[in-house]
Design a protein around this ligand. Structure first.
Ligand code: AMP
Ligand code: TRP
Length: 337
């Protein structure tokens, strides 16, 4: 019989830069809704961040920034456990056991490693290579059944299912780990750069004009959207007309995701209008949604003591669940306890 246990949610974000509109629409906004539906765990994945070099002083600040972003966007630390991954050692413990379950061939196929390691893969850290195994441990140490993420995480979530299935099979415990469902669908699963409709919006884009950050002022947002790459045509009146117009499609997608409208509904309103009309309307909408979040984020960041305490309390709550799973796994694997 497959897993029959309680439904749980786990997701994580790396403390490797400032939170942006893609993180908000692809991930954090879903966290806010899910906290009312299921038992939720949201971590700041600092162990993942150090798979590439992080300045230790900045790492601490960035960890608090992600925690503050969760709370500012509406995640309630009393409802969902908000914690730092390194504060729950069970993640790393289970990751080691999963390193012995996952196969080299599976990891060889991971595209994010290839993207991040670049041409000089000999010089990439070993941690970067086994990164998706640790991600599977993050999820399965809570026996999480659902993981809200953006589209770029699809392959990692498939690996997580493969690891769960192989563990369940090898140890003849078919109902032990769930086969976790990714929650990817919905508007905003893949927000693109404002400078290049073929590149995803990311923390590490060399141009800061490409990315809208949660902390951007209304003025910054208006400027970035005004300068966003587009084409000279007016907006089409149907979604078919967005084909081969990735930059226009991205801006329409952002508008729809924030306004709760489908692309068709956005085009019904703006079809035939030029970007001179659409961009200011989009800038107002983005600034209206992100403004209050940015303000709350700044307020929270001014109180690092509160943020650290929240993370520690969250870690203690999370550890109560995670330690139980690791104890069970040790028994299953045959370790002396
Ligand atoms: P990262 O910033 O890579 O740590 O990603 C944190 C979360 O945000 C993950 O769930 C990602 O899938 C999601 N995410 C990151 N960039 C984007 C984007 N451009 N569009 C949608 N979701 C994104
Ligand atoms: N790999 C994810 C990213 O880059 C971050 C992450 C780590 C994660 N562990 C996770 C996401 C567990 C979901 C669940 O965005």
């Amino acid at each position: 019989m497959p897993y029959q246990g309680p439904q749980r949610v786990l997701s994580g974000i790396q403390p490797s830069g400032d939170m942006h509109l893609g993180n908000y629409l692809g991930a954090i906004r879903k966290f806010v809704d899910l906290q009312h539906q299921m038992d939720c765990h949201f971590c700041v994945v600092d162990l993942h961040a150090i798979t590439v070099w992080q300045d230790p002083k900045k790492l601490k600040e960035q960890t608090l920034h992600i925690a503050a972003s969760y709370i500012a966007a509406g995640v309630d630390p009393k409802k969902a456990a908000i914690f730092h991954q390194s504060g729950v050692p069970a993640h790393a413990e289970l990751a080691w056991i999963f390193n012995c379950v996952a196969r080299l061939g599976w990891l060889d196929r991971m595209t994010q490693f290839k993207d991040k390691a670049g041409k000089d893969k000999e010089r990439a850290s070993v941690g970067l290579y086994t990164y998706p195994v640790l991600q599977a441990a993050d999820i399965l140490v809570y026996k999480a059944t659902h993981v809200p993420v953006g589209e770029d995480q699809k392959q990692h979530l498939e690996l997580c299912r493969d690891i769960a299935a192989k563990f369940n099979h090898d140890f003849d415990t078919p109902d032990f780990f769930p086969l976790t469902e990714p929650l990817i669908k919905g508007p905003g699963a893949r927000i693109m750069s404002l400078r290049d409709g073929a590149a995803k919006m990311s923390k590490s884009d060399p141009s800061d004009q490409a990315t809208i950050y949660l902390k951007d002022s209304a003025d910054d947002i208006a400027k970035k959207i005004k300068r966003a790459k587009t084409d000279p045509e007016p907006l089409p009146s149907e979604t078919k007309g967005l084909e081969n117009r990735p930059e226009a499609a991205n801006l329409v997608g952002i508008y729809g995701a924030l306004a709760g409208m489908s692309d068709d509904e956005v085009l019904k309103e703006f079809g035939g209008k030029g970007f001179g009309v659409f961009k200011p309307a989009l800038a107002d909408l983005v600034a209206g949604k992100l403004g209050p979040i940015g303000a709350e984020l700044r307020r929270l960041e001014a109180d690092p003591g509160y943020l650290e305490k929240t993370l520690r309390e969250g870690a203690a709550r999370a550890a109560a669940v995670a330690d139980r799973t690791v104890a069970e796994v040790k028994e299953i694997v045959g370790f002396i306890r």
